[in-house]
Design a protein around this ligand. Structure first.
Ligand code: GTP
Ligand code: NA
Ligand code: MG
Length: 280
């Protein structure tokens, strides 16, 4: 895309960290800051990918990962779509194997990292100890003379959330994230399932272009025509912009996490590409 076609897009933030350090709880707390959520009539389902609209109307997309498969999860579900990693470390537990794996993987992927020191409400929380242990793994937070941003939070008590959001926004501003919304959409499958009532459903993060109802597409070795787009609040949309996670209905079969979705000109072209990919 030519530079002139590029428009600012929201950052895609992947939450990583050890099992039970509070990734999902933190995301739930962050969703509480969403000014749009109230209008939507509650949360319909947990899709592990959602977009928060802040008071200033800016947006942040969050991807959750389960601690026990942090490495593979980020690689398969968010590898190239992640802009910023938020590393969640429980202040009582400190650095654990999946924390270290997440640090190493984030560094290898060259992604900027913000450390959220969670569970700061606990009586045995020790944030300083976390900062010292991070240093042993070459993560130098500001208080230790480095440049990595860290913030003390409690997902339970909902403290530190505004500061975390500010740090994410600052990091995102530095990155000048852009995409061209005026082209055929491309996206990445975050997760997919076969739903009893609705058939194959894929949660797709739109990376370029705008995905619209009626668009014909190829995704992995499957093809389809967008029958419906549903956001993380359960609302039916007509279109999804860059950085937006959205459930896509109307797929021939169930794709896999990490598969790429591409809008194509017509259904025969879609079938042709899908069949080629299936090796038919
Ligand atoms: P996995 O997805 O299994 O890796 O876990 P997770 O990192 O998503 O952790 P989850 O949000 O499921 O929280 C694990 C436990 O920690 C739950 O019992 C939470 O209630 C608790 N917890 C999360 N955040 C906090 C916090 O800030 N303070 C306290 N005291 N407990 C918390
Ligand atoms: Na858990
Ligand atoms: Mg979780």
């Amino acid at each position: 895309d030519a530079d002139a076609d590029l428009r600012p897009r929201p950052p895609v933030v992947t939450i990583m960290g050890h099992v039970d350090h509070g990734k999902t709880s933190l995301l739930d707390a962050l969703r509480g800051t969403d000014v749009v959520r109230g209008e939507a009539g509650g949360i319909t389902q947990h899709i592990g990918a959602y977009q928060v609209t802040l008071k200033d109307k800016s947006k942040i997309t969050f991807l959750d990962t389960p601690g026990h498969e942090a490495f593979t999860a980020m690689r398969a579900r968010g590898a190239d779509v992640t802009d910023i990693v938020v590393l969640v470390v429980a202040a009582d537990d400190g650095l654990m194997p999946q924390t270290i794996e997440a640090i190493n993987h984030t560094k290898a992927a060259g992604k900027p990292m913000i450390v959220a020191i969670n569970k700061i409400d606990k009586h045995d929380a020790n944030a300083q100890r976390v900062r010292e242990r991070l240093l042993e793994h070459d993560v130098q937070v500001e208080a230790m003379g480095g440049e990595t941003q860290d913030v003390e939070v409690s997902a339970l008590k909902k403290t530190g959330l505004d500061e975390l959001i500010e740090k994410i926004q600052l990091q995102a501003e530095l990155m000048e994230l852009k995409a061209n919304p005026d082209r055929d959409a491309e996206g990445s499958v975050i997760e997919a399932k076969l739903d009893k009532g609705r058939g194959p459903v894929a949660t797709v993060l739109v990376t370029r272009g705008t995905l619209k109802v009626g668009d014909v597409f190829v995704v992995g070795a499957e093809s389809g025509k967008v029958r419906a787009l549903v956001d993380d609040k359960g609302r039916q949309l007509k279109k999804a912009d860059p950085s937006m996670p959205v459930e896509v209905l109307g797929i021939s079969g169930t794709p896999s996490a990490g598969d790429q979705l591409q809008v194509v000109e017509n259904e025969s072209r879609a079938r042709e590409v899908a069949e080629y990919r299936q090796g038919v």
